[in-house]
Write a protein that binds this ligand. Structure first.
Ligand code: 5AD
Ligand code: SF4
Length: 442
């Protein structure tokens, strides 16, 4: 009899990508994917460790699953619980000791061993950094939409003082150009039109390209140029970059490559040089502003998005004001902002001068008001204009389809025929809080 599994994914796009690969690992074992966790034989939580709230959420979800498992036991049925992802990496055995109903704990670099671990039918923790690359053991992804993620790089050597990533995902590692190209070609055969190249720090990508004659190291720009030649691939995005790694060649590529979408997610974190230094960010407010100016010269319509942390240790009102000033100077199309959350093992968690929770909350509110305002202005500027939209799925209403513009905005249209997988020019006539609405006939 076939068994069913359900994966709940927390956190970033890398985790969502990993979840699709975990799903492909389980299918040859006779498991099928289900959206009904209540009736599944196996539940996997693919967890995030970046802020405290994300880890807490995982523990409360384990509590609920534990009750489910106990109830099933009464009727002689079982539920296997697997904890994967960055909390699994960071807390390992601790998870098993906090809840005995968890069966397997597996880190982001070892989940390719999951089929083997499931067969062993015992409590196991596997969260080391193995010598082999998991990518050599993963089956290709078959279930796809018109847009897909492709991990090109993992881990981080930057060691920003607030961040757990260098500890949970390990040292920077770039997949080879050949491997990435093969994966993208496979996705294209499955109907994919757009890929987002993923990594904690893709701007420092340095993968090998092997041809018959020789082998050479490729930068992110080289990789983008290489995959641009793949027939059928129409749109390329990349995520996330570090301001100190964006060099002239990538800036130029934004101006020259029509497949590279005019959207750049470039975390600044703070607008105060004092705080940036304490964060070990390796860029200043001035260098960030200068970089944005340069990219905007190369590609005038580039949409910029960013990440912000408020209430980092030692952040004064004056530091926070400086962040607001930078925001006003740059004008972001979208952004993500967070209250600083001390993470175990990071240098910032040991710093003095932690900011009061109430101050963090107030600052976040003020910052988000300004950022939402900028997003609103950006989206309003397309009313009466044309956007190029790749349609990905059906909307909630009859004959409604939803896609993403070149600037990553969700766009809704009505069409009697399915337009999933197609790119159309859309005339924008209306806007709701989260999306734009348009007409196909313009
Ligand atoms: N506290 C709050 N936000 C954090 N981020 C990373 N670590 C922390 C932390 N300890 C944010 C950063 C990063 C994004 C992915 O998450 O803004 O760019
Ligand atoms: Fe974390 Fe900094 Fe690396 Fe980004 S660049 S993953 S914030 S350490």
């Amino acid at each position: 009899m076939n068994k069913s599994f359900h994966i709940k994914t927390y956190g970033c796009q890398m985790n969502f990508y990993d979840s699709t690969r975990i799903a492909e690992l389980l299918k040859p074992m006779g498991y099928y994917e289900s959206n009904l966790p209540e009736s599944c034989d196996l539940i996997i939580l693919n967890t995030c460790h970046i802020r405290e709230k994300a880890s807490e959420k995982m523990y409360s979800d384990i509590g609920r699953l534990s009750i489910m498992k106990q109830n099933r036991k009464k009727y002689g049925n079982d539920l296997k619980i697997v904890i994967a992802g960055c909390v699994a990496q960071a807390e390992g055995k601790e998870i098993l000791s906090r809840n005995r109903d968890v069966d397997i704990v597996v880190g982001p670099q070892t989940y390719h061993k999951l089929p083997e671990l499931l067969k062993r039918n015992e409590k196991l923790v596997l969260n080391d950094f193995p010598n082999e690359s998991k990518f050599d053991f993963l089956p290709l992804i078959n279930k796809t939409q018109s847009s897909a993620f492709v991990t090109i790089q993992e881990g981080c050597d930057k060691f920003c003082s607030f961040c757990v990533v260098p500890y949970t995902r390990g040292a920077e590692f770039s997949r080879s150009v050949n491997e990435i190209t093969f994966e993208i070609e496979h996705l294209i055969l499955n109907g994919v039109k757009e890929v987002t190249l993923l990594g904690q720090n893709v701007s420092s990508y340095h993968g090998m390209y092997r041809s018959k004659e020789n082998k050479s190291k490729y930068s992110l720009t080289d990789l983008i140029q290489h995959i641009s030649k793949i027939e059928g691939l129409q749109r390329i995005r990349y995520l996330t970059s570090h301001p100190s790694d964006i060099k002239e060649d990538l800036i130029k590529e934004h101006g020259n490559n029509p497949k590279l979408m005019p959207y750049l997610h470039l975390p600044i974190q703070s607008g105060s040089n004092k705080i940036l230094k304490k964060m070990n960010r390796k860029h200043t407010k001035e260098s960030y502003i200068e970089l944005i100016k340069k990219v905007r010269i190369a590609r005038s319509d580039l949409a910029i998005s960013s990440d912000f942390i408020v209430g980092f240790p030692g952040e004064t009102n004056k530091d926070f004001e400086e962040t607001l000033e930078v925001v006003k100077e740059i004008n972001f199309a979208s952004s993500y902002s967070f209250k600083y959350s001390p993470r175990p093992g990071t240098p910032a968690s040991l710093m003095k001068d932690h900011v009061e929770e109430e101050t963090k909350t107030n600052r976040l509110q003020i910052l988000q008001k300004e950022l939402n305002n900028q997003q609103e202005i950006f989206n309003n500027s397309f009313l009466g204009q044309k956007l190029s939209v790749l349609f990905e799925k059906k909307g909630k209403k009859t004959n409604q389809f939803v896609g993403k513009s070149q600037y990553l905005q969700p766009v809704h249209v009505i069409s009697k025929q399915s337009i999933i997988g197609e790119i159309h020019d859309v005339g924008i006539y209306n806007k709701t809080s989260h999306s734009l609405h348009g007409n196909l006939k313009i």
